[in-house]
Design a protein around this ligand. Structure first.
Ligand code: 13P
Ligand code: SF4
Length: 324
């Protein structure tokens, strides 16, 4: 790179941090070429990862599609474990690495395959739709998966009067408000989004007149009732990019505002009552470099479970891109 070349972290990461980051990022670029690897990054990654080392970026649905389509032999998932597992389910022949195995998810922890069998017994004939924020074993016990960006379309696609929709009670309640289907759910919740409150958001309407409030559907109903828009992480990014609001509250994980400000809406003021996802924050540029150096930690899924889970994920992908 010459002195005049621009760098993806220019204006994004303070100059003082660049002295540490730049050599790590250069190592990652070399390792990616040597290993024929790509880094897939969720929208909640910190800007040094999101802008500095990611080859592909997106929400859970986009990451699943990108994993299925990439020609790379190695996928490094800069996200949480269920995202890496979904990539492995879709690409069993590829090596999928997660830089820190502790990067979990409170929703994925909230339900087991046995819980699903119990609900099937209580609601015979009702199809089971599970959020992608679940383990491979839970996906294998389901009929179809969904993400926050396509949940409504997926439920409608089933053509059923009653759908068992798991494990996020708040996403389920939001879907329930958008469809003409009986929804049976489970008391799971995202530990990050359930901490926001409607009262907290309503105060911004007074302190910041005209502010736009946009929220992830994992938030509780009183929060969603305050929102001008409800959507997935990529849905929120697009909403802000299309409208370029003067001020916006993004009711979701902290890094979203940094990443949207750095790419899609440089002139928008982000009011930040953000909550941090401790699992997403386990992924760093340092452990991405180590993952590629040591080829760790490889995600494995039992082939019989993977085959059934793949059918549920592919059923979702066959429904097509979200209508909104
Ligand atoms: P998205 O699919 O909207 O990116 O959400 C994933 C997630 O874990 C949000 O907490
Ligand atoms: Fe799971 Fe919530 Fe973290 Fe998303 S933000 S990975 S749903 S704990």
């Amino acid at each position: 790179m010459t002195a005049t070349d621009s760098h993806p972290l220019d204006g994004i990461v303070p100059e003082i941090e660049r002295a540490i980051l730049d050599p790590i990022i250069a190592d990652i670029e070399t390792l990616k070429r040597e290993r024929n690897a790509v880094v897939l990054a969720h929208n909640y990654m910190t800007p040094d990862i999101f802008f500095g080392v990611a080859d592909l970026r997106g929400d859970s649905l986009q990451l699943a599609r990108m994993a299925a389509e990439t020609d790379a032999e190695v996928i490094v998932m800069a996200g949480v474990h269920f995202m890496a597992e979904t990539a492995k389910i879709l690409c069993p022949e590829k090596t999928v690495l997660i830089p820190d195995t502790r990067a979990g998810c409170s929703l994925a922890e909230s339900i087991t395959a046995a819980d699903i069998e119990g609900l099937r017994a209580q609601h015979p004939g009702a199809p089971v739709c599970v959020y992608v924020n679940t383990s491979a074993a839970v996906k294998a016990a389901a009929d179809i998966t969904c993400t926050s960006s396509n949940a409504v379309d997926i439920v409608n696609s089933l053509g059923a009067e009653k759908v068992i929709f798991l494990p996020d009670q708040y996403l389920a309640s939001w879907v329930d408000s958008q469809v003409d289907v009986e929804i049976v759910t489970w008391p799971g919740a995202c530990e990050v989004h359930e901490r926001f409150t409607g009262v907290q958001l309503n105060r911004y309407r007074t302190t910041h007149p005209g502010v736009q409030i946009i929220a992830h559907p994992e938030c509780p109903p009183d929060v969603l009732a305050e929102a001008d828009y409800v959507g997935s992480t990529s849905g929120m990014t697009k909403w802000v990019a299309d409208r370029q609001p003067e001020q916006v509250v993004m009711v979701t994980e902290c890094s979203m505002a940094d990443n949207v400000a750095g790419s899609a809406a440089p002139n928008t003021e982000f009011i930040r009552p953000c909550n941090m996802c401790p699992h997403m924050k386990r992924i760093t540029v340092q452990n991405i470099r180590t993952a590629l150096e040591e080829m760790q930690y490889e995600v494995e899924v039992d082939p019989a479970i993977a085959a059934r889970a793949r059918a549920a994920v592919e059923a979702m992908l066959a429904v097509g891109p979200p209508a909104r």
